[in-house]
Design a protein around this ligand. Structure first.
Ligand SMILES: *Cc1c(COP(=O)(O)O)cnc(C)c1O
Length: 393
């Protein structure tokens, strides 16, 4: 096949992004005051189905401020899944608290509620489920455990804008939810984050923490130590334009994921996340695991795919294997499911601009790399559009 380059992720800025950014520049409102910040916050709260959304500079900042606002501090413990992006654990550490790691469910790869209670101590303050790669955590059981033990719940929804749990969107399923708009996320504005909550008190406090701690009534009066975690108007302008078209982004991603599942369904040894009972996932990064009878290692597959011009990436290293968290991870026991997924998993290109022939190319390359002789186009994608892109191995 003719070699091409297919990136893992690319933001598509095809709506009002440019017009809104030009408006910021022409009006000179480029910093964190300005109409786009407020509009983006209002529209995002409505999208999630919550009363308040507070913007900030990143998803990491959103997690940090959410935990601070709930009173997480030195000496406290916070339950997090070990399989996540490092921000989830780091935000706990920034508060002076200690993350307690828990293994994941085998099908959804999200926090396993059945293993949470064993990690709860007198110091536990909160649980942070992560909707990993767009798959929703078991919020029924997590909420129930939190209620029983009087704990807060903070959703890490950085990878799951628009995902649903029993007809409610993520962001509305906990005390506070944190979102990210980093360049590779479901919608993107460069760097940016959002905290969603129904509580007016928390929303006010989080806005204060994000804005240096300034008093909302007395100018230049700082009753608490806050942070400069504000989102610029320029950034919110891009975010608002992305949000206006989020249904299109989600639908396109859904289509891309369905091409992958159609094409890879019958390949022995390839598996992916499966949503459970009432949980409606979105498609952030289509991520597969490799097992018997595939004998090529995950890292070899990544290398071989990159020789075909296909950019992929390994599943996150579990938190309990990273140097800052290794020691505490050892005290937290064993994590067989997360380790298995982390060892064997890789994410395939997933973004709204991919065409069917791109996915055929990726799947053909993948089959070749793992020694599966059949071509994806020949055996699965019966009506793939461009026949010249079909390959025969
Ligand atoms: C991206 C991500 C974050 C952090 O978001 P940033 O905007 O990059 O700070 C947090 N948690 C998860 C699960 C993420 O994927």
């Amino acid at each position: 096949m003719t070699k091409r380059f297919i990136p893992l992720a690319t933001p598509l800025l095809t709506g009002n992004e440019k017009a809104y950014v030009v408006d910021c520049i022409e009006s000179s409102w480029i910093s964190s005051c300005g109409k786009y910040v407020e509009k983006f916050e209002r529209a995002f709260a409505d999208f999630c189905g919550v009363r308040h959304a507070v913007s900030c500079s990143s998803g990491t900042a959103a997690l940090h401020v959410a935990l601070l606002a709930l009173g997480v501090g030195p000496g406290d413990e916070v339950i997090v899944p070990t399989l996540t992006f490092v921000s989830t654990a780091n935000a706990v550490t920034y508060c002076g608290a200690r993350p307690r790691f828990v293994d994941i469910e085998p099908d959804t790869w999200t926090l396993d509620p059945g293993r949470v209670e064993a990690k709860i101590t007198a110091r536990t303050k909160a649980i942070v489920p992560v909707h990993l790669y767009g798959y929703v955590a078991n919020m029924d059981d997590i909420t129930e455990i939190a209620r029983r033990h009087n704990l807060f719940v903070v959703e890490d929804a950085a990878e799951a804008h628009g995902a649903e749990f029993r007809d409610r969107r993520v962001g509305s399923l906990s005390d506070v939810a944190a979102f990210s708009f980093y360049g590779n996320k479901i919608i993107a504005c460069g760097e940016g984050g959002m905290m969603a909550t129904d509580s007016e008190r928390l929303a006010r406090y989080m806005a204060q923490l994000r804005g240096q701690g300034v008093d909302s009534k007395k100018r230049y009066w700082f009753p608490i130590v806050g942070y400069n975690y504000r989102m610029p108007n320029l950034t919110a302008a891009v975010g608002l334009a992305q949000l206006e078209r989020i249904d299109w982004h989600l639908n396109r991603r859904r289509e891309v994921a369905s091409w992958y599942t159609d094409s890879l369904r019958d390949v022995p040894g390839i598996a992916w996340q499966v949503p459970k009972d009432g949980r409606g996932n979105v498609d952030w990064l289509f991520t597969i695991t490799l097992s018997e009878p595939i004998r090529v290692t995950r890292d070899d597959v990544i290398d071989r795919l990159s020789q075909h011009g296909v950019e992929t990436r390994p599943v996150f290293h579990p938190m309990h294997t990273l140097p800052p968290y290794r020691e505490m991870g050892q005290e937290d026991g064993e994590f067989p499911v997360a380790e298995q997924v982390a060892r064997s998993g890789l994410s395939l290109p997933t973004w709204a601009g991919l065409q069917r022939e791109d996915v055929v190319y990726v799947c053909d390359a993948l089959r070749e790399c793992i020694g599966d002789a059949r071509s994806a186009s020949a055996c699965d994608l019966k009506d793939a559009r461009s026949s010249q892109n079909r390959s025969t191995f």
